[in-house]
Design a protein around this ligand. Structure first.
Ligand code: GLA
Length: 394
């Protein structure tokens, strides 16, 4: 959908013109999975797929939501004093959460708005479509109400929306990557301090291929929360012998020396993943900077194996897809995001992409029964306002 079509859809929906347009991307994570809420490092990048939001303030206290992705639902209308979470409110819970939290913070959301969404991130694919909606809304509200919050504030409020409003105990990675992303760069984020190092992703004749299992991330939220609490239990047992605040402070060596105190095989596996994945992520930054892509690929592969065997968040579809990628010339491949379905990524030589997609697709179809989808990733900018092309004429 181009901007002219978006404007036309807004106008026919709300019978008025929008005044502002915002965009927030989705994200991939190169490596560093399930490390963010363990105080470790992640290495994500914003992509050029994302969420577009058109807005205009109203003179009353109504908020009217519309999504071109769910046009059959029509306009969904709520009052500013009635923004509590409701399961049946579905996707509107994300913008409602941001309105609620931004007003709680500033007490300056005093009139309603007509807000229109369109997203081209595949839904439920683990590319953070929900965080993209949150940040597109947050950047928009910040500007349109003149709230003067900085991007990091909006990132943190996006995480609170997930944790406190939606009920998923996710870490900061998605919102940070989406709010702070930079064109052509991945970001090595220390999730304990929020120190971030931008690293150019300038791959010579190699692309990052996103491979969608097309399996929806069922039960993902409850399994996600379960993993998080398993890590917390492992941490509290380690804290009886070590003075640490998070698993992210441990090296593989200190972990191996202390792990027996955890006293439960499953919990040892969960913590081992968090510790070794963090070490791999730091190594991956160096490998990328030094252009050692074969090493980078090996680290990706080891990450997938650990997520499969120790963290147990992959599942048959992701494993089939990633194993097919390994067998067909990928320099490295791994699941990306929370897991339990969704997407994987692979580093593939440009000259091989077509045959790679064909053979991986054939094998996946054969074993899983339906086709995967492929997209070549472009690394884009973080959330921002876009100029309305017709603004002057309105
Ligand atoms: C989801 C969460 C993130 C992160 C990843 C796993 O995307 O939202 O905070 O924990 O899973 O790395």
């Amino acid at each position: 959908m181009n901007q002219t079509q978006m404007m036309a859809s807004y106008k026919s929906t709300f019978e008025t013109e929008p005044t502002h347009l915002f965009f927030a991307p989705g994200r991939i994570n190169l490596i560093g999975e399930h490390t963010d809420y363990n105080g470790g490092h992640v290495f994500p990048a914003a992509i050029t797929f994302g969420t577009y939001v058109l807005m205009r303030l109203r003179d009353d206290n109504l908020v009217r939501f519309y999504s071109a992705n769910f046009s059959e639902a029509g306009i969904i209308e709520r009052r500013l004093d009635d923004l509590a979470f409701r399961p049946e409110d579905d996707w509107t819970n994300y913008p409602k959460a941001m309105l609620h939290l931004l007003n709680e913070r500033t007490d300056r959301i005093d009139r309603g708005l007509d807000v229109w969404f369109f997203g081209n991130i595949p839904n439920g694919a683990g590319l953070s479509s929900s965080a993209s909606i949150e940040l597109a809304t947050a950047f928009g509200l910040n500007t349109i109400y003149g709230l003067d919050l900085n991007p990091l504030d909006l990132v943190k409020l996006g995480q609170r929306a997930e944790n406190e409003y939606i009920g998923v105990n996710s870490g900061i990675m998605d919102q940070f990557a989406i709010g702070m992303g930079k064109h052509g760069h991945a970001m090595l984020l220390d999730c304990d301090t929020l120190d971030c190092e931008y690293a150019p992703v300038d791959l010579d004749r190699i692309s990052i291929v996103i491979m969608n299992t097309n399996k929806r991330r069922e039960l993902a939220d409850s399994k996600y929360n379960e993993r998080r609490s398993e890590c917390e239990t492992a941490l509290s047992r380690l804290q009886t012998v070590l003075s640490i605040k998070s698993l992210g402070e441990l090296t593989p060596e200190t972990f191996e020396a202390a792990k027996s105190v955890i006293g439960d095989d499953i919990l040892v596996k969960r913590a081992r993943h968090a510790v070794y994945e963090n070490a791999r992520t730091l190594q991956a930054l160096d490998a990328l900077k030094e252009n050692r892509l074969a090493d980078f690929g090996q680290l990706m592969n080891a990450s997938h194996v650990s997520l499969r065997d120790d963290y147990e968040v992959t599942g048959m579809e992701l494993d089939t897809l990633v194993e097919a990628a390994w067998a067909n010339g990928a320099i490295g491949a791994r699941m990306t995001g929370a897991g339990f379905g969704g997407c994987a990524i692979a580093l593939v030589r440009n000259a091989d992409i077509e045959s790679f997609e064909q053979t991986v697709s054939d094998r996946y179809k054969n074993e899983v029964g339906y086709a995967p989808t492929f997209y070549v990733a472009s690394i884009g900018a973080g959330a921002h306002e876009l100029e309305l092309e017709t603004k002057e004429e309105v």
